[in-house]
Write a protein that binds this ligand. Structure first.
Ligand SMILES: [Zn+2]
Ligand SMILES: [Zn+2]
Length: 165
């Protein structure tokens, strides 16, 4: 929950606006995997009976893993999102003169994140056989790509031999 009080704004005229500025630490929203503090800023607009419109931006960095070699990757976060909070009903709605902007902030952080995070475009990844980081050089394995079915057969035969010896 990231609550923003809108009691004063709701008592203003329709069309009145209020700036928001929050600093979210990685510990505040651990599920987002922030690398550092996130700056949340934006404008709230009183829409009268329609509720409150929130237009927010987020700026910071997120800590991710390379999809191929699992090295830590720090991604820039810089996105804008908008949402209208109704006066009643499920999220997004105003509850006790407070908006919960956490779902909006989460959406913004994940909005421009690539589907596959890579430490670099030509990351060679980890050898599936020996586990060596191939960015550091080639490994001793004979084949770069082993058919996973053959790999399982090899393990099966290998374990059989171990039992016999
Ligand atoms: Zn990588
Ligand atoms: Zn290998």
């Amino acid at each position: 929950m990231l609550g923003v009080s809108v009691g004063a704004l709701r008592r203003h005229d329709v069309g009145a606006q209020e700036e928001i500025n929050l600093r979210v630490t990685p510990a505040d929203l651990p599920q987002l995997g922030l690398a550092g503090d996130l700056q949340v800023f934006g404008t709230l607009t009183n829409l009268g009976a329609q509720g409150i419109e929130a237009a927010i931006g987020v700026e910071g960095t997120a800590q991710r893993e390379c999809a191929r070699c699992l090295a830590p990757v720090t991604l820039p976060v810089d996105a804008r999102v908008e949402e209208t909070y109704a006066l009643t009903g499920p999220w997004p709605s105003v509850v006790e003169d407070t908006l919960d902007v956490e779902p909006l902030v989460s959406e913004a952080v994940l909005l421009e994140e690539p589907l596959r995070v890579l430490c670099r475009q030509d990351c060679k990844g980890i050898c599936p056989t020996c586990g060596k980081d191939l960015n550091e050089g080639p490994c001793e394995c004979r084949d770069d790509e082993i058919d996973p079915r053959l790999e399982r057969l090899k393990e099966f035969l290998g374990s059989g031999e171990e039992k016999r010896s």
